[in-house]
Design a binder for this molecule. Sequence first.
Ligand code: ADP
Ligand code: MG
Length: 417
Amino acid sequence: MPIREIAVSNFKSFRKMAIEPDNFNIIIGSNAAGKSNFIQVFKFIRDIAKYGLNNAISLQGGVEYLRNTIIGPDEPFNFRIVYNLEEKLEEVIGLWNTIPVSFEPFEILYEFELTFIDSGEYYEITRDLLVISGNYFLSGQDAVEELGAGTISLTLVDQSIRYSIHPPTGLDIGDADLFPHLFQRKDLPTGRLIMNQPVSVPGIPPMEWIFRGMKVFDFDPMLLKKAVPIMGKTELEKDGRNLAIVIKKIIDDPEKKREFSLLIKDMLPFVDDIAVEKFMDMSLFLKMKEIYSKDKYLPASFISDGTLNICALIIALYFESRPVTVIEEPERNIHPYLISRLVEMLKDAARNKQIIITTHNPEMVKNVNIDDILLISRDAEGFSRISRPASKQEIQDFLEREIGIEELFIQNLLGME
Ligand SMILES: Nc1ncnc2c1ncn2[C@@H]1O[C@H](COP(=O)(O)OP(=O)(O)O)[C@@H](O)[C@H]1O
Ligand SMILES: [Mg+2]
């Protein structure tokens, strides 16, 4: 799984938040508990990767609303992530007694801190650290010797990136042995994070690329029905507004079309066919045929919100190549009867990507394992807290207290005696 750890402090409704997500994670909490704020952590980081720090902060409503309003500017904002690299690349980084030394990264840790200045109106980057863990190898003429794990770190010092190398014990490789072009001191413009720098760290993909691999979906039933200009983006948008064009791309490919219809029919057996039609003005819209009618297609405006939401979910889960997929309330507009199948689908997709979803729906709880659940609520001071429940009893107490569900119903839900 890509994200092993993620933590923030002084962010939105959180004083401190730190979790170790699994492959499949369901965040449960009542209204205003902080579920969407939790999701904003992923969006914020992805926005930094796409648009830079300053713009990402503006998209959060400025520094004032990025940080917690109770804590205010007196404490810094902190972010930390530990990310597992799935694609490993080995690269020669230097010479040790004329033998090439190579490094193969397997994990990165990235941290930064923003301190608020000028009575909180501005910020300064007061910490910026990237630590790459990897295995070191000596590639001799006839054999490769694995030397064990070590790190390469990059830190921001006086507006420039400083490298430090920690090889495994036994390899006394010094700065002079490393290839200088890989470890050049690089100046960073003020306000720019290491993650936005196309830094050359041997063997790791650009950090921007890593963080763009996290995507947050929050589908809007109105937008799922929209006609889409034919030239639009073919990756599914966060709110699902370009669903028609994305489906067109899928059904134009017979192999993908087959997979898509199987997934749809598994959830919605009454759907006979989904197609896309072109308007005169060159926009695309969805239409659907149900098994009950011989050949009559219904245009998107007559298709149920739940059906469209399921189409969008199937695409986000199976047709978008995002190692980390976050979905807000995937059960929106979906009938309780279908929720167990929805959960099965989410779990199935979680075998190939890391999935994080939020919900306040008790039916969702019924169908997941306790290990998949994270509970989120506000404490007496108003800070959001997120934790893994230790027992069914804890979930019961939480659902009674936070979601207002009756004890007996929950016991039934959780299969408790
Ligand atoms: N910058 C902030 N500082 C403190 N609290 C905040 C901040 N931004 C949002 N909140 C609180 O978060 C709550 C909304 O949390 P949200 O994550 O949207 O809830 P939900 O669990 O329903 O998705 C709001 O009621 C507000 O009190
Ligand atoms: Mg919300």
